[in-house]
Every structure is written in C-alpha cells, then in structure tokens.
Design a binder for this molecule. Structure first.
Ligand code: GAP
Length: 510
C-alpha cells in the first residue's frame, strides 16, 4: 500500500466508525479543522489520561495545571512570539499557491534521502547476507556524495535563517530548481515572514490596546504561573508543571489530516532545574519520553530522534521524537532545553521576580527549564494509523482490525448475548452493570456473532464476551480476545479482575 493510500484508508475508517469527522461538514467543512466523534473522543481521553498519569501521578515532583487560553498580550511579547513566531512563506505566481519555504527545501532533501535508501537497497541486493549497512553508508561514493549535498543544503538554509537573510532562502530554492507541485513552474515571489498567531479583540477595548492572542503553545501558561505553583505547592527544585490544552497557529499549509491543524491540543511539561544541570535533565527527559512511547508497543523501529539544526531563540539543545506516520517519519514530540529565557523575559516584561530561593545555599536564582511537548492530535494519529490493519484470515475471510494498545482502546469490552431471548439479555445486563463501573463497555445483540466480532475488531475492542445458554447453568462466559482471536471460558465471578488485568492502564506501567 502506498503512503498516500495508507493515510486515505485511515481517514476514511476514522470517519466511518466515528473517530474523526471533518469540522462543520454540512457546510462542506473547514480546512484543517476536525471534530473528534464518539469513539475518537474516548481514544483521545485515554491518551490524555495515560500522559497525565505518567507525568503527574507517577512523579512526586510534577504537578498539573489548567491555565486560560487567553493571556495578557505582554505574555507573547515576552515569549518572543510577537516578534519571532514566523514561518518563511513563498508564493508561486502561476498557481497562486502559498508554501512554507522551509518545507519546500525539506521536501527536496527528502527526495535525495530516498535516493540514498535506493542505493542502500541495491547494495543489499548485491551483497546479500554479508551486507553491512553502516559500512556501506560510510563508504559508498554515491551515498557520500548525496549526503554531502544534503548537509550543504542544510548548512546554507540554517545560515540564511539565522542571518534573517530571506533573499538567500529564495536563491537556494531557485538554485535547487524546486518547482511548484501544482503548476510545475519555478516562478516564485520573494520569501516573506508570516506570524502564526491568531488574534482577536478583547470585549469593549478598541484598537491595538484590545488585541488579544489565542495561545500558540500552552507552555506560557505554565511560565506565568511558576511562582504561584512553587509557593502554593511548596515545590523544591527540580520540579515540573504539566498541562494539557488547546493551542492555535495560523499554519500556512495545514495538511495531512490531523497532523497539522490550526487548532490542536498539546500535552506539555516544563521541568524547572538548577542552572548548570539542564544538560543532564535534558538527557533524562529524552530517555523518559522514549520509555513512555515504548510502553505503548507501537514498535521501536517506528521512532527516531532528530536533533534540531536550527535552534529556537530560547533553546540551548532540542530534539524531535519522530514517528513513522503513513506519510513517513515526522515530528511527534519535542524535547527542548529552554534555558532561563522565558522566566527571565517574563521578569523583564512584568517587573516581577520569578526566582527560586534555595534555603540550603541561601541563593536566589532564575531556574533553567527542560520541556517535553507532544501534540495530542499527532499522538492520536500515531496510535490510529499504527493500529489499522487489513488481515487475511485464510479461506477467503478478511477482517479490518484496529490493533490499538488495549489500555487505550475506546471500547474495552463488548457484551454479546448469543440470542435475544431465553434470559440471555438479562444475564448480559448483569455483567454490563459490573464492568461498566471501571470500563467503557458496549452491548450488542444485533446480527450473528461473527458480524458482531468484526464490528468490534474494526473499532479496536480488545475483549468480546459472549453469553450463551450454558452461561445460565455454569455462570461462565466465553471471552474472545481481539489480536489472537483466541477464546477462553471465564467464570462470571472472575470477570472483573480478568478484564482489569488485560485492559487497565496499570498494564502499561508494568
Ligand atoms: N512549547 C514548545 C512547542 O510548542 P513545538 O515543537 O512548536 O514546540 C510541540 O510544538 C508539539 O506540538 C509538536 O511536536 C507537535 O506534536 C504539536 N504541534 C505543533 N504544531 C501543530 C499543528 N499545527 N497541528 C498539530 N500539532 C501540532
């Protein structure tokens, strides 16, 4: 299946089964805005819960907050977003399409990367079992030449951006002979900076004084509350503040389903540390976040770390955790060592001290910050796309199954009375009442049992419980498990603990 087909299938499955709908679809939708449906919101909540539990509950020194989306406009001056939260944009004069200049260059680099992959594949074919990929990449002249081209492009782009030389960015696009994917022409405008923040007006205040921004990241809500939380929670360094919430960016090109939207959700944690210890905490949080992802079992080979070439204005180290989405490896999460930039800048702009007093050394200082920042919608797409399978079961049978990690599945258990009579629905109701206290449970009595299994497979339900005539005699039921399709007879009295052991969030922590 091609990458494009893979994403298309996920999008159509997501819509058909109530995971994600285009926003305001009856009016033909709004570009890059999506609504989470009845199952999508369950899956999203489960991802949130897992993140929140891992961050806030499992760490004595991390607490969570929920700050307002609207913040004092000075916040965004202090954070640098008013002056520097820009994307370099370029228009193609023939197609009238607008692009991010950096994305055009990245796409060009990705094409060269693909050629390297082809060289490697040829090498493997030629040398067979004796093929040493690392050695081949380090010595093959074609690979080395292509890699040098990539490095040169990256260096020139980095220099141009750091020197705010947009003419040099345009010159690079022209020299690389990048064409517009729509018109096929090289007829480009100059490159301009475009601020990504949305703004609106505050109530009765008119003019510039009333301009208020929709937050482009949740992190600033944490920085401005650093002292409130530190004092009221009597927090000692190192400590963290976590938050989940909406963020808004006027993306020039929002595309690839819920991967890049203009309204999205972030799960961010700012970890405040003593100056000088940030490099150590940066490595710590990279490793912790890797563990969190690994515990979901989406496949270690589907993740890779990518160090930033161009550091943001506030960072002394930064990397992306990239995931193998249907469109290829793309950024899922960032880990950033943000120095004391934000707190210092808020001190300057607010005139308030944002310091930590160390009772041992009797010193007062501005802490450094290591941040972990993951897009909830991107995590949702990672889980959903990784889960989607079309399986051949042999003898002409197929099934579409969502192999979502059990603890994240939107519906954990389906309760299926074999027939709608003879007291089986009543027995099923009894079981439903017990299990729904701790889990999202669905009751389904329509159609044959095979069709009901397929419906549950398609939404990723880990366990199907069938109540048959024997259940009335032996007080036991048949539990069918999604992935292996194995069946087991379980006493009704043991069901609650049986289900907990398989689908509760505790399984992820073990
Ligand atoms: N506070 C740091 C910060 O916001 P970022 O790398 O700009 O850093 C963090 O964003 C994460 O937010 C990204 O790794 C991505 O998962 C998510 N994200 C950013 N822009 C997004 C968009 N337009 N749509 C969906 N998710 C987005």
């Amino acid at each position: 299946m091609s990458q494009e087909d893979g994403l298309k299938k996920v999008i159509s499955h997501a819509k058909e089964y109530g995971f994600v709908f285009p926003s305001s679809e009856i009016y033909d939708g709004l570009s890059a805005a999506y609504d989470y449906g009845q199952l999508g919101s369950e899956l999203k909540n489960n991802i949130k819960n897992y993140w929140w539990t891992a961050m806030v509950r499992m760490n004595d020194n991390i607490v969570g907050i929920d700050a307002a989306i609207f913040m004092h406009p000075k916040t965004w001056k202090a954070s640098g977003h008013v002056d520097a939260f820009n994307d370099p944009l370029i228009d193609n004069k023939d197609s009238k399409k607008r692009y991010r200049a950096d994305v055009l260059i990245e796409d060009h680099i990705a094409k060269i990367d693909k050629k390297i992959d082809k060289d490697v594949a040829k090498g493997l074919k030629r040398f067979g079992d004796s093929f040493n990929e690392a050695e081949f990449r380090a010595t093959n002249t074609n690979v080395l030449r292509r890699q040098k081209t990539i490095d040169d492009i990256n260096d020139r782009f980095k220099d141009a951006m750091n020197g705010e030389n947009l003419d040099a960015v345009k010159a690079l696009i022209e020299e690389l002979e990048i064409v517009c994917p729509v018109s096929g022409s090289k007829n480009w405008t100059d490159v301009r900076q475009f601020n990504l923040m949305f703004n609106t007006e505050l109530g009765a205040v008119s003019g510039d004084a009333g301009i208020i921004y929709l937050r482009p990241e949740t992190a600033q809500g944490i920085f401005v509350n650093f002292l409130n939380v530190q004092k009221s929670g009597r927090m000692k360094l190192p400590f963290g503040i976590a938050q989940i919430g909406k963020a808004f960016r006027n993306e020039i090109i929002a595309r690839q389903f819920i991967f890049r939207m203009r309204e999205f959700e972030q799960m961010e944690m700012q970890f405040f540390v003593k100056p000088g210890t940030q490099a150590e905490w940066y490595e710590h949080w990279k490793a912790e976040r890797k563990k969190w992802h690994a515990s979901l079992g989406l496949g270690d080979e589907n993740y890779r770390f990518h160090d930033h070439i161009k550091l943001a204005h506030y960072a002394d180290a930064a990397c992306d955790i990239e995931f193998n989405f249907p469109m290829g490896f793309k950024e899922l999460e960032g880990v950033h060592s943000r120095t004391d930039f934000d707190l210092k800048s808020h001190e300057e702009h607010s005139g308030k001290k944002l310091r930590f007093f160390d009772p041992e050394t009797k010193e007062s200082f501005v802490p450094y910050v290591v941040e972990t920042s993951i897009g909830l919608d991107r995590m949702f797409l990672a889980v959903l796309s990784n889960a989607y399978r079309e399986e051949d079961l042999g003898e002409g049978n197929t099934r579409t199954v969502l192999k979502v990690p059990y603890a994240l599945a939107p519906v954990k258990v389906a309760i299926l009375p074999l027939v709608k009579k003879d007291g089986l629905p009543e027995k099923a109701e009894e079981i439903l009442k017990i299990l729904r206290i701790n889990h999202n449970v669905q009751y389904d009595a329509k159609d044959g049992i095979g069709r009901r299994y397929r419906r549950q497979d398609a939404i990723g339900t880990p366990l199907c419980i069938t109540i048959d005539h024997d259940s009335l005699e032996d007080n036991a039921v048949t539990v069918r498990e999604r992935d292996g399709m194995t069946q087991e007879r379980i006493a009704i009295s043991d069901l609650a603990s049986y289900v907990d052991a398989r689908v509760s969030m505790a399984t992820l922590f073990s």
